[in-house]
Design a protein around this ligand. Sequence first.
Ligand code: BG6
Length: 472
Amino acid sequence: MTQFDRNFLWGSASAAYQIEGAIAAEGKGQSVWDVWAHLEGKTHEGTNGDIATDHYNRYIEDVALMKKIGLKAYRFSISWTRILPDGTGELNSDGVAFYNRLINLLIENGIEPLVTLYHWDLPQTLQTQYLGWESRQIVHDFTAYAKTCFMAFGDRVKYWIVMNEPNIFTSLGYIMGIHPPGKQDDALFLKTYHHTVLAHAHTVLAYKEMGFKGQIGSSIAFTPAYASTSSKEDQDALQSYYDIGPWWYLDSYYKGCYPENAVAYYEAQNMELPFDEGDFKIMKTAADVVDFIGINYYQTAMVAYNPIDGVGISSFNTSGKKGTQKESGIPGLYKTIKNPNSDYTDWDWAIDPDGLRYGLLELKKRYGLPILISENGLGAFDVINAEGEISDDYRIQFLSAHIEACKEAVNEGVDLLGYMTWSFTDLLSWLNGFKKRYGFVYIDFESADLKRIPKKSFYWYNKVIETNGEAL
Ligand code: BG6
């Protein structure tokens, strides 16, 4: 069996809004999530990140736990409005100081910091001024923010993730209307997604031009899929799914173009397309120098033909009541349906470790770049037993099977840089509140001191890291 590389990045991940809390502390400006989560009916049971896990005030305790579990790497995001409260302009030195303390502490403890520049918390000022991602001005302002971070932290941070799941925040924000700014407009979705592509491309190029020697990429939510039957209709549906979905998202970042079939489809719909030749030039130049593909992998999809009078886009199961997810799709093209061969989580996410192996191989074939798994994990209703322990064997089983799949992919030639579980501690889920837990560390959200309790999976992952992936 293949051994993971000696420098394999065994890690865990988080995002600023989901853990930090302290949303108005020490000069931090408001993000769109600080505002959105306080609008009536926008989040699950009115939950918000005002306090979250209070990581901003408890990062020392959290890093001590990371040291204890043996993390080689920790992925976290910078909150743009801690650094630049209004998105542009004056630097908030207290915000910079916080991330300096965190980065230095991680390094002192032998933990490689992997920094995400954008995990969805856009400065509200930029939303108010020019509608944020809807305007090309964002490309300029984002790149300036990124450069500020490179200058401040680039001497110590060697891995940068520019965007986290641009495909998710733009589709949820502009097609489904369930993330800020809550719009439902396909043309705006195409436009805002394209602006993330340009922001990523300019940022990658700026990093290289500034002479930094670390590695830089972005993380796309990647859901590989299968056709439900071998019929021509279902095979075509699968092709449409890929062209409009994963290849649209990944080709633009990693090849510098969009899939022709999907462009033709949008043109046939008379959709206004937001790109031109000048954009493609920049996208291609960036795609030539980008260092890795980041993927967040949770599940696969099963795809079938969707007649013209078939289902449209459905929302997610956010109740945790298994079996309540509805079919969802684009009429005339495809729909995603329940996979009869798969187990599902309580939130109806297909549990499919082999889909990870298969997906990694597809990416290797299409892009030939090193890959970082920047998120993978299981959301569950964890419970504390009478002894005060959390026996999350189901999570151990889930992660173990996915790491096994990584091994197989490495055996088949995939250049895998690392594996970040989602998440290190329990945290706030954007759409599911605090009850959908992912962490190795349980957080007692009921207790005043937000007590941290290592789960059974904590001790298991410690052994996995210690044995470089042998003891699964
Ligand atoms: C990814 C995001 O979409 O999945 C994370 O990058 C998110 O921020 C994670 O929390 C899990 O999703 P959910 O909806 O179960 O919290």
